[in-house]
Design a protein around this ligand. Sequence first.
Ligand code: NDP
Length: 444
Amino acid sequence: MSYTEEVYERVVAQNPGEPEFHQAVKEVLDSLKVAIDANEEEYRKLSILERLVEPERIISFRVPWVDDKGVVQVNKGYRIQFNSAIGPYKGGLRFHPTVNQSILKFLGFEQTFKNSLTGLPIGGGKGGSNFDPKGKSDREVMAFCQSFMTELSKYIGADEDVPAGDIGVGGREIGFLYGQYKRITGLYEGVLTGKGLTYGGSLIRTQATGYGVVYMLDEIAKAHNDSISGKTVIVTGSGNVAIYAVEKVTALGAKVVAMCDSNGYIYDPAGINLDVVKDIKEVKRGRIKEYAERVAGSVYTEGTGIWNIKCDVYLPCATQNELSLDGAKTLVAGGCKYVVEGANMPTTLEATTYLQENGVYFMPGKAANAGGVATSALEMSQNSMRLSWSAEEVDEKLHGIMVNIFKKVDEASKKYGLADNYVVGANIAGFEKVVEAMKAQGIV
Ligand code: NDP
């Protein structure tokens, strides 16, 4: 049995009931095999893989709070400090009823490679809660955030662990979390990113992940003598990543014809009117079906199946495992040429393999959505220097980072004779830097 297979079996045996974590480890280890085999003896001796798949620390805590009816509610809170070889732990907080240790471990593991790919000094972490902000009043969200931060504040700091937003954690939540951190510690420091512009946030951070996904798509297209302009695009989700992916891809001349939320999807053959989506999602916190009620000629369909609409480019920007093998087959049959992941692990392993084997250029989330965390790292730099860069400066840096990530991923895939296999390229390029740092720092 190969070293990677041995470690994968050990992960499954030692982390029972954590299917998402197993899936993420499998994808990474399978694609690292070519690089590991070349140095197997050295890596085995140092137990590099065994250390890489074990989080440095898992913090799990109780989050009690009082709802608007005066009833005491209790949620679970977590922070997974996965790997600090190349910098302080960095990664978002997710508030969603499905959050559990398996999901946060998969996200923290992926984050380690993603952060390495950005070229910036940030380690991997992730956290969150099974709290559902949907349908809660602002006061309830604040009460929850304050209780969550009261415990989390013991374990984070500007040079230690710097959380950010993720699903269910946007500007409102980051504001409440930051206020409580400051109140408890007395420190006004860059301990969270995604902050509001009046208290240390960076311009373009809100747009960064979605814009970065499109910058990545642009690089892949150019590398194959193609262009985004004139393409028909589907973007799944209608949250932070999806909205700004739609904004940028439309600006570059493509037409987005479909978006969704967890209830259903909209199809607008004239091209999505993003102002309407922003009003529904960012202002009214409503449902995507309202789009069809407001825009003539558009159609709403309840449930899944957005991939049945024909497209050239598919940008999954909603959640993990949203695109399965059936969806992938339908996309290929419809002539889709590019799948670039805005969400983390939105494509199942079987679907990924099918897309790659059928001529679709597939870029995994850890490379494609790294613009978000990269811009968070730029926010940390600005906070440390006590200054703010202009939107143009940040956007230019973001663009440069995405171009560079594409280059690294492309080169790594070619180095191992697997050109265009961006899954292998991203994992190997991310892995090499982390491993160099781990080797240099001894057995810790
Ligand atoms: P948001 O909470 O802002 O948006 C998530 C969107 O996905 C919502 O429209 C949500 O709909 C939809 N959604 C959730 N589950 C499903 C489902 N099962 N089927 C269809 N739609 C669904 O989150 P973000 O945009 O911030 O994050 C989206 C993804 O991108 C996540 O995987 C996240 O980890 C990843 N990511 C985010 C970054 C960021 O900077 N925000 C950075 C890097 C990665 P509904 O409202 O119905 O729940």
